[in-house]
Design a protein around this ligand. Structure first.
Ligand code: NAP
Ligand code: ZN
Ligand code: ZN
Length: 386
């Protein structure tokens, strides 16, 4: 997607030594150029964030690309409530290791790495011990907008920035064969769709329904196809029919057309629903076979229309949710994608086009994921805003 892209952007401040592991506390925080929101109606503006000096177990990453997830829009615009500002979004991060802490012996400077939606969790509860850190019983620490207990309760700031410092246990290895810009969306859109497909044990011969052909949806199509399934896409947009087939969909259904929905009756084993707005699920339940399941991944800010219990009961259908994926599973997904040549279809944008990209994402006008070229963020100011 971006052949011949030059070396990663320099970190905000000159670093003492990019090859030697550093001692905990041996250096002060660095400043990174970033883009984020200062209020729910501010849009995205240039900001400067402070990044902690890497502790013994930390990895400092010079970010190259960061995907734009619809969750970033929900969060920066205050659609979920409870957001703190300034807020630098971004949890589809790909970059190169710049420095490592003194206890880190499994990452080396220059290595291509990724960070997804979480940067810490309690590491003690049953979920964490089972590798399901995203369901941490004490609350995972999100990559942005979360209180980071292990780091003095600082509020985390995300990947629309030139650098980030993350504990090594939450850093992923990005296989070198993957284009860094096109791999970035795997860190959220990829794992969020891979995880429920794995949980449902999707395999050759299964029929997977994908509702909504956006960032998550197009990854669901590609990953389900790579798992050997047949894929039926449900879209509100007739303009996406040809594009869905190009992505590998075997069938496309216009979800607004009741006759087309009825024709899909009992044809699907599992549905991955990625729609970012409230919508009626009952017509989708009727497309499922006995023992089918619908995984809801979209997280609209407003209530959904009620589910008809009869639609579930008559076919023993499971209505489930699913949240991203654990760290080990995210690594498994990256390796799976590298093995199957799966990456995201991306439109790389510069920082000055972020607000336009958000509007276009909400309007469904992107095939299929915007990715920020972090080298366009400019320089930090002398003082941190966050
Ligand atoms: P996206 O790129 O904007 O795609 C959403 C798709 O939903 C659109 O392309 C559109 O597809 C469909 N849609 C139908 N009606 C819509 C409407 N009124 N408004 C918006 N979209 C509509 O978003 P995304 O990044 O894939 O994220 C999708 C949702 O998943 C968001 O709510 C996000 O917060 C959530 N999410 C959840 C998790 C998780 O762990 N569960 C992780 C990441 C994101 P068609 O044009 O084909 O109809
Ligand atoms: Zn996301
Ligand atoms: Zn935990």
């Amino acid at each position: 997607m971006t052949p011949g892209r030059p070396v990663p952007p320099p970190l905000a401040r000159p670093l003492p030594d990019l090859t030697d592991p550093i001692d905990a506390g041996s250096a002060g925080p660095t400043l990174a150029a970033a883009y984020g929101a200062t209020a729910s109606d501010s849009g995205l503006v240039p900001l400067t964030v402070a990044r902690r000096a890497p502790k013994a177990d930390d990895v400092e990453i010079a970010i190259e690309f960061c995907g734009l997830c619809h969750s970033d829009v929900h969060a920066t615009r205050g659609e979920w409530g409870g957001d703190t500002y300034p807020l630098v979004p971004g949890h589809e991060i790909v970059g190169r290791v710049a420095r490592v802490g003194s206890a880190v012996d499994d990452f080396t400077p220059g290595e291509l790495v990724g960070v997804g939606c979480m940067v810490d969790s309690c590491r003690e509860c049953d979920s964490c011990l089972d590798g399901l850190e995203q369901y941490c019983e004490n609350g995972m620490v999100g990559t942005y907008g979360a209180k980071d207990a292990r780091n003095d309760g600082a509020i985390t700031q995300g990947g629309y920035a030139t650098s980030i410092v993350v504990d090594r246990s939450y850093v992923l290895r990005v296989p070198e064969g993957l284009d860094p810009a096109a791999a970035a969306p795997l860190l959220c859109a990829g794992i969020t769709t891979f995880s429920p497909l794995r949980h449902f044990d999707v395999e050759e011969g299964d029929v997977v329904g994908v509702v909504g052909l956006g960032g998550l949806g197009h990854m669901a199509v590609k990953i389900a196809k790579a798992m050997g399934a047949k894929v039926k896409v449900f879209t509100t947009s007739e303009q996406k029919f040809a594009a869905a087939r190009e992505l590998g969909a075997d069938d496309v259904v216009l979800s607004m057309d009741p006759a087309a929905m009825e024709a899909a009756d009992r044809s699907i084993d599992v549905i991955i629903d990625t729609v970012a707005a409230p919508h009626d699920l009952n017509p989708y339940f009727r497309t499922l076979r006995l023992d089918g399941a619908l995984f809801q991944l979209g997280l609209p800010s407003e209530a959904m229309p009620p589910v008809n219990p009869g639609a579930l009961i008559r076919r023993r259908i499971a209505y489930a949710g699913s949240l991203i994926g654990g760290i080990a599973e995210t690594q498994e997904m990256l390796d799976f994608c590298a093995g199957h040549g799966v990456v995201s279809d991306v439109e790389v944008v510069s920082a000055d086009r972020l607000n336009e990209a958000y509007d276009r994402m909400v309007a469904g006008d992107v095939k299929y994921r915007f990715v920020l070229d972090v080298s366009t963020l400019g320089s930090p100011t002398d003082k941190a805003d966050a």
